[in-house]
Design a protein around this ligand. Structure first.
Ligand code: MEV
Length: 438
């Protein structure tokens, strides 16, 4: 039976586990054993994980894989990916290999501006507010100097502050809409600290602005927070080759392949039901690299899906065409990533992932992540428009089914060998295991 508890976060880890297992589990010992099984034997590493969040009772493992052979702007990369879905790394590797022989991936960071907003209410004369904003803008920038000093030394900082009138949406609603350059940091803490200082200065200085009436002096700050919508922090990744060089498959001509592939992309451009799945496949690649490199995949997800709907209908993030006999396939996405700060200097596997990528700048990481998304989409569409997705998926899923049945090494080897020439389905695998065990 569930029950409430107060002061849980103050309990020791052992006491927390004791409470959890005795409250929620029929078999206390087994639940405790599973939680403890995932503790790290290195006490320092475990303490690091314990301290990432509140109330850590165990660690949640995801496979950390790598996809080699990614040629990006002429430079080879092995891309780290943290993901549980069986076919994703295999698909990325396959795509990388395919494009390795066709000139590789070309990328370009288009822009790197991030946004934060102070949302506030003001019910006076709009012209007085505008005059106040103009008079105070310099002071706003002055007051955040202690926060922006270091970032400015490296070439970043606050780009601009605008006053935005949102009163047509909500009575009395205005914003300070602030743009930032945060260089190699994702910048969430930097941006939020600046915004909170802007809010303070903006509210306090209003009390001294002579042109305001007593009522107008009362600016009500609602909240100050960065935006995860970053349409001006944009990266492009592209592949291209002659149509005739496109296909390795004898069953379909390169021209037919290009045409079916482009039809598949066109469908995702106009049909939201398909676009969501199409983009989900892209996110398989993107999230896996974002996670492996210690970045905030929820922020990336939210920003990218908002971007996918920027024209009013949810649509494909990738596009494709044939022009003068050349097949082009490309992706443009917003990505706010960091290669310094956050987990990047703390989590040993994240540090390793960044070293594997030759210590990229945030811009380089944007390019690598975009490539992972494009590669993933290429692999998915290539399968979908030719063999169908299940052939590859089920082949990769075979090991999961075997593990569900606790197959021995011998059983695994025998059954994997059998399915080299037979179609994998859940029931076919179950039947094969049963036969073997007879
Ligand atoms: C599965 O995780 C992703 C796909 O559904 C993507 C797609 O349909 O394009 C295969």
């Amino acid at each position: 039976m569930s029950k409430t508890i107060s002061g849980f976060s103050k309990l020791s880890k052992a006491k927390k586990i004791e409470w959890i297992v005795s409250t929620y589990f029929a078999n206390n010992e087994s639940a405790k054993r599973i939680l403890e099984q995932y503790w790290n034997s290195d006490k320092k590493i475990q303490q690091l994980h314990d301290e990432f969040i509140e109330n850590t009772i165990s660690n949640y493992y995801l496979p950390f894989g790598v996809a080699p052979n990614f040629l990006i702007n002429g430079k080879l990369h092995t891309i780290p990916m943290a993901i549980e879905e069986s076919s994703v790394v295999a698909a990325a590797s396959k795509s990388a290999k395919f494009w390795l022989d066709r000139g590789g991936f070309k990328t370009k960071v288009i822009s790197t501006t991030k946004i934060g907003q102070v949302h506030f209410m003001y019910f006076g004369n709009p012209d007085n507010l505008k005059a106040y904003f103009s008079s105070i803008k310099h002071k706003l920038l002055q007051d955040v100097k202690p926060i922006t000093k270091n970032m400015e030394k490296r070439g970043g900082g606050v780009i601009d502050i605008e006053l935005r009138d949102k009163t047509h949406d909500i009575k009395g609603y205005y914003q300070l809409h602030v743009s930032f350059e945060t260089l190699d940091a994702m910048g969430a803490n930097f941006i939020n600290s600046c915004l909170e200082q802007f809010a303070k200065t903006f509210k306090n200085m209003a009390l001294e602005f002579d042109d305001f009436s007593e009522e107008e002096k009362n600016i009500q700050i609602v909240m100050s927070i960065l935006s995860n919508y970053v349409p001006d922090c944009l990266v492009r990744a592209e592949v291209s080759c002659k149509v005739e060089d496109l296909n390795e498959d004898d069953d379909i001509s390169p021209e037919e392949f290009a045409s079916k592939f482009i039809q598949a992309v066109n469908i995702a451009e106009v049909e939201p039901y398909r676009a969501v799945t199409h983009n989900k496949g892209i996110m398989n690649g993107i999230d896996a690299v974002v996670l492996a490199t210690g970045n905030d995949f929820r922020a990336v997800e939210a920003g990218i899906h908002a971007f996918a709907s920027r024209n009013g209908t949810y649509s494909s993030l990738t596009h494709a065409k044939v022009e003068n006999g050349i097949f082009y396939f490309w992706l443009e996405i917003p990505l706010a990533l960091g290669t310094v700060g956050g987990l990047t200097g703390l989590h040993p596997l994240v540090k390793l992932a960044l070293e594997l990528l030759h210590h990229p700048s945030a811009k380089e990481l944007m390019e690598i992540v975009a490539v992972a998304g494009l590669a993933q989409n290429f692999a998915a569409l290539k399968s979908l428009t030719t063999t169908g997705i299940q052939k590859g998926h089920m082949k990769m899923h075979l090991m999961n089914i075997l593990n569900q049945f606790e197959a021995s090494d011998f059983e695994k080897a025998t059954i994997i060998d059998y399915f080299k020439t037979h179609t994998v389905s859940h029931s076919a695998v179950v039947e094969a295991i049963s036969k073997l065990r007879e």
